[in-house]
Design a protein around this ligand. Structure first.
Ligand code: NZQ
Ligand code: ZN
Length: 389
């Protein structure tokens, strides 16, 4: 196991009615906030009215900025930065999913930076986030894990790039309110995409070359199993509170950092997928449902035993032959994604091979991506091809 530092500073307020306390919680940090949200689901569900009531009762002044779209755009982030600076706003309340929360993080860090906020994404590693306004969240979809992670992913609509940044404690939300009932209005497609995304967040950590990591191995395998069980229940009946609750907590734990402690993480599937959602504007989880199985097929020989362990401990595969077991695990992964109603090929997502070369070159950040197997652009192109049909 590798040495690590873990500081999970987000206060989690979980359960029915959690959001009713938002005014009181925000007041601990600020009296003037930016209320940031998406395309209208929170108005339709009545959540917006409850949030506004709670803020008013607590005497918190707010300025609104709605309109965040999935694969959140840089233009709105810049607008948010401007509003905060001009209005003397010192706290961002994000009400929504990963897209709204990521947009909030970009605004929060952009306000505190003299240059252009896109520098954090384009010049990542050279220009890093060092401070940000505090952020609070009310989560409405179990998926990205942004409610407890420091990461943010933004799309620059001017050049079509979708890039991630973060990794600094200041962009971890100071609190996140997780009421599973809020996720019951989600379309089944979004529940499924969310489940695949959180599953992929564990894949990125589980497949490692670090040895002697049995504590986090067991934790990963347990959360994998919980996601499979509860995602199937959740898409069958989104009103199943217990399934939605388990899924919500799984999504947060999958990406808050704890499952990656002491081990080297991979992240190539994410980089490969981000190029798809940048060009085709598909849901991140929908892209991952095609990329993750293809990535597995391409890299499993790196550690067949680990893949066999995954098959046995996650999908209960009884198979003595290590190679066969490993392959069964990959098949079961694909079957699980399909059982949620998702396509597991790029053709199924109506994506052809015309951009493979370009996306493969863009996905390679420096020389290679990934750690389990270091991938060059020609490897990435092969993975897109494996995902095609
Ligand atoms: O905009 P509204 O109207 O709210 O509709 C949203 C959106 O259309 C809808 N929705 C959300 N909650 C709802 C609801 N509809 C009905 N009822 C509800 N309760 O769902 C749609 C998708 O929302 P979005 O926020 O885009 O989903 P998600 O949480 O999956 O976020 C995806 C974004 O997060 C990034 C992805 O790349 C993508 O841009 N990621 C962020 C990460 C992070 N910050 O740590 C890590 C992830 O790997 C991921 O890359
Ligand atoms: Zn993800």
């Amino acid at each position: 196991m590798e040495s690590f530092t873990l500081h999970l500073l987000t206060k989690i307020i979980f359960g029915r009615g959690a959001e009713e306390r938002v005014g009181e919680e925000v007041k601990k940090y600020s009296e003037k906030v930016l209320l940031h949200y998406g395309g209208g689901s929170i108005k339709k569900s009545g959540l917006y009215d409850r949030v506004v009531k709670s803020l008013r009762e607590a005497g918190v002044e707010f300025v609104e900025l709605g309109g965040v779209v999935p694969n959140p755009r840089l233009g709105l982030v810049r607008k948010g930065i401007d509003i905060c600076r001009k209005g003397g706003i010192d706290f961002i309340l994000a009400v929504g999913g990963g897209s709204v929360i990521d947009s909030a993080k970009a605004i929060a860090s952009g306000v505190m930076y003299d240059g252009d906020v896109w520098d954090f994404f384009e010049k990542r590693g050279t220009v890093n986030v060092e401070k940000a306004l505090p952020i609070g969240t009310i989560l409405t979809i179990s998926a990205a894990g942004s409610e407890m992670s420091p990461n943010m992913v933004i799309t620059n609509e001017e050049n079509g790039r979708k890039l991630s940044a973060g990794k600094h404690d200041s962009t971890r939300p100071v609190f996140s309110m997780l009421n599973p009932e809020l996720t019951m209005t989600l379309p089944k497609f979004q529940i499924a995409c969310g489940a695949v995304d959180m599953f992929a967040h564990i894949v990125e950590r589980y497949f490692t070359n670090t040895e002697n990591v049995s504590v986090t191995d067991e934790m990963c395998e347990g959360i994998f199993r919980a996601i499979i069980k509860n995602a199937i229940k959740a898409v069958t009946d989104p009103k199943d509170y217990e399934a939605m609750a388990d899924l919500m907590w799984a999504g947060t734990i999958a990406h808050n950092g704890i499952l990656g402690t002491g081990r080297e993480e991979d992240w190539s599937s994410h980089y490969i997928e981000h190029e798809l959602s940048a060009i085709y504007d598909i849901a991140h989880g929908a892209g991952l449902a095609a990329i993750v199985p293809a990535w597995m097929k391409y890299v499993y020989k790196q550690d067949v035993k680990r893949f066999a362990q995954y098959a046995r401990n996650v999908f209960h595969i009884i198979e003595q032959d290590v190679e066969k077991a490993a392959n069964r695990g990959i098949e079961e992964t694909e079957k699980f994604f399909k059982s949620l109603g998702l396509e597991t090929t790029l053709e199924g997502l109506k994506i052809g091979d015309e951009d493979f070369k370009k996306m493969s070159q863009l996905a390679v950040k420096s020389n290679t991506i990934g750690n389990f197997v270091k991938l060059k652009s020609e490897d990435i192109e092969k993975i897109y091809r494996l995902a095609l049909k």
